[in-house]
Design a protein around this ligand. Structure first.
Ligand SMILES: [Mn+2]
Length: 316
């Protein structure tokens, strides 16, 4: 599939790229790296997203090339979807008008694009973009390396999560080999740069911490009222979840983010003894075995009870 995609790229003149809504460093870093690779090959490229990315993603090299708009009706030879395949996932309308290529590492990708390169074993889509770059004989510039390293580093939680493999470390080592950037800078940017307001928000979210099932399940909650009392815009909440997840003995962590009246986006994170995706799927969500999510409409206390009951049944 990789070769097929590389050949298609070589043949094409005008290529569009998009990544998913609620962007993270993997899809943004990978999209930027792909943008830089295609530009290097002399292609006419546009990277168009439908949702703005939060700080610190805005600090990734060449971030400013990303446009915020719909690709349709502009014609393109190929439309590359980074971790997405549908309008729901990308926010891009009329995908059916294009020849689409989806590159993804989510097992929930149903292969709706014209070409689908989906590798659930990959820790990050950044791994696949790296491989595509090798296939295309790209010169790995500093900005390409930095963006791909950020992508893989982000999705592996700085090489701490269980999705870290020989391959993710191997590719990361290739990316740092030429000393074009300091991997410590990437870690600082992605993991150690918090606005004061964000730390205050973490304090509020952590004050909601509850433990269930003999301290095997931790639940935290983000209430909309926190936004009213703090000067916060779009914030990355992954690291708050990490704290709730770090509690010794905790197997499953749930993060309820209030997004409307009795309406929540729920993130699930788990260790090896529980499959997050199994829980998410019961609520029509998606994701991976160790990280998944879904939307919940209804009373939060009832929601908590429901999820805890499901976890109790399936926890190994
Ligand atoms: Mn990813």
């Amino acid at each position: 599939m990789k070769t097929k995609i590389a050949n298609l790229i070589k043949k094409s003149k005008k290529i569009a790229i998009t990544s998913h809504i609620r962007p993270d460093a993997d899809c943004i870093g990978s999209g930027l790296a792909l943008y830089l690779m295609l530009t290097q090959l002399g292609k006419e490229v546009c990277f168009c997203n439908t949702e703005k990315a939060p700080f610190p993603l805005t600090q990734l090299p060449c971030f400013d090339v990303i446009e915020f708009r719909q690709v349709y009706p502009e014609p393109f030879d190929v439309f590359m979807l980074i971790e997405g395949e549908s309008e729901a996932r990308t926010g891009q309308k009329h995908l059916e008008k294009y020849y689409t290529v989806s590159i993804d590492h989510h097992a929930t990708n149903l292969g709706h694009a014209n070409l689908n390169w989906v590798v659930p074993e990959a820790s990050a889509v950044g791994e696949l973009i790296y491989e595509l770059g090798v296939e295309l004989n790209i010169e790995f510039t500093r900005d390409i390396e930095y963006n791909l390293y950020a992508a893989i580093s982000s999705d592996t939680g700085s090489f701490k999560y269980s999705n870290t493999t020989f391959k993710s470390l191997y590719i990361a080592s290739k990316l740092v080999k030429n000393n074009n950037f300091d991997p410590g800078d990437v870690s600082d940017l992605l993991f150690n740069s918090n606005y004061y307001e964000k730390v205050q928000m973490m304090q509020k979210v952590l004050s909601t911490l509850e433990l269930h099932l003999d301290k095997k399940v931790s639940i935290i909650e983000f209430k909309r009222e926190f936004l009213r009392t703090l000067d916060l815009k779009n914030i990355e909440t992954e690291d708050i979840v990490s704290i709730a997840r770090s509690i010794t003995g905790v197997e499953v962590t749930l993060f309820f983010k209030e997004i409307g009246d009795d309406y929540y986006r729920v993130s699930v994170r788990s260790r090896k003894n529980f499959n997050s995706l199994l829980l998410a799927k019961k609520f029509n969500g998606g994701g991976h075995e160790c990280a998944a999510g879904f939307f919940y409409k209804g009373n939060i206390e009832k929601a908590k009870q429901e999820v805890v009951n499901i976890i109790e049944k399936h926890l190994k």
